[in-house]
Write a protein that binds this ligand. Structure first.
Ligand SMILES: [Fe+2]
Length: 390
């Protein structure tokens, strides 16, 4: 869905000789998705992007202990109880995963090493704090409420940049993440009924070139089986220009314009991204339903084909009052369990005109497994909260 961008110096014609002021040829790289058949960008490196001098498996990287959600239960994960970690790449606390997507949280205290995900796109949502994505395409500064979409294969690192602690949700797809198809024209432009459009997407605006340290540089690469550490002869941030439709970008959840109605609108109106076998939705502060007899609280619902994950970010969570859920919580309401508002929430919602809730939802179309960190921060009383308060 990203539209054409051009940053730095590029030659007037692709695949033609392009030389530095001292006469050396730049190394052209095409980074393309779906085998030269979908979005791509052309990057111009000072040095060959191919020059590896070493590679090693990183032991234990694939060894997340995942177990089925059995007995089948709704779960409440208090992610703020999880410890701080070194960085936003190796410091992720994996919570929930299946073959399509991995969901983690992180509370990084320092910059990460260089990294890229060869399995799929990553969407990093910052709930708190400031952080900078540095990549071969340039830098992107992000803050609370920003989604940062990092395309498959983008070499990057994360650097916290503010005084407030960073708390982030990380969505690792096995494939590509984009806008819902119904919001796009046949030629790739956002349509008028889309909750956001090109003006809300922010790409790097200038090249980011690191000094060559004169010694090899490590890049951690995630592939389906685990992690490999490549050692490169040169620093990979040596791109003097690029153009194309494939690059990391930022979208603020606060630029997502909510779709509202006289009666309760279903969750697809909140959809922000589509991934392979999952969707990402944004619940933002908005006007509530305005039919004179409207029930603003959600109805009980059985999502027969999906597991529903909600990351509660800020504001009131009226429909969850009394359940123990607060900012930083994650709930998992799996297929097979009918869920709905906590007791008393429907009555409390009557006559309310606005909500301040801010939350990110991920619906997966295949069941999620639980990772160790989910067990470490689970609120064991949550499954019984509807009956406890009834
Ligand atoms: Fe739900």
């Amino acid at each position: 869905m990203p539209h054409y961008q051009r940053v730095g110096d590029i030659p007037p014609k692709r695949h033609t000789q392009f030389r530095s002021p001292d006469g050396d040829l730049y190394a052209e790289e095409l980074m393309g998705s779906e085998g030269f058949s979908s979005s791509s960008s052309l990057l111009y490196h000072r040095r060959p992007p191919t020059a590896i001098v070493g590679a090693e498996s990183v032991n234990g990287a694939a060894g997340a202990d995942l177990r089925p959600n059995e007995p089948l239960l709704p779960r409440h994960l208090r992610t703020s109880d999880l410890p701080e970690s070194a960085d936003l790449v190796i410091g992720r606390h994996l919570l929930l995963a299946n073959d399509d997507v991995r969901l983690s949280v992180a509370r990084p205290t320092g910059p990460s090493g260089l990294y890229r995900n060869a399995t799929g796109d990553e969407v990093v949502y910052l709930r708190t704090g400031l952080a900078r994505l540095e990549s071969s395409f340039g830098a992107l500064d992000a803050g609370a409420g920003d989604y940062v979409v990092v395309p498959t294969g983008t070499t990057h690192r994360w650097v916290p940049t503010g005084d407030d602690p960073v708390q982030a949700l990380v969505i690792e797809a096995r494939g590509h993440v984009g806008a819902p198809a119904r919001y796009m024209s046949a030629t790739g432009q956002f349509l008028e009924h889309s909750p956001y459009c090109e003006r809300d997407l922010h790409a790097p605006t200038e090249p980011l070139i690191s000094d060559d340290p004169g010694e090899p540089v490590d890049v951690l690469v995630r592939q389906r089986a685990g992690l490999t550490r490549y050692r490169y002869a040169h620093h990979p941030f040596d791109v003097i220009g690029w153009d194309g439709c494939l690059y990391p970008y930022r979208l603020s959840i606060h630029d997502f314009e909510p779709i509202t109605g006289r009666v309760h609108q279903p969750p697809p109106v909140h959809q922000t991204f589509a991934g392979p076998h999952f969707v990402v939705c944004s619940f933002v502060p908005r006007k509530l339903d305005y039919h004179p007899l409207a029930v603003p609280s959600p109805y009980n619902h059985a999502n027969v084909d999906s597991d529903e994950v909600l990351y509660y970010c800020d504001g009131d969570f009226t429909s969850r009052q009394g359940s123990g859920i607060g900012a930083g919580s994650i709930s998992l309401h799996p297929a097979g369990f009918t869920h709905g508002p906590q007791p008393g929430s429907v009555e409390r919602s009557l006559g309310q005109e606005r909500t301040s809730e801010l939350a990110v939802m991920i619906d997966t179309f295949r069941p999620l497994l639980l990772a160790d960190a989910a067990r470490d921060c689970e609120d064991a009383d949550y499954p019984w909260s509807w009956a406890r308060q009834a």
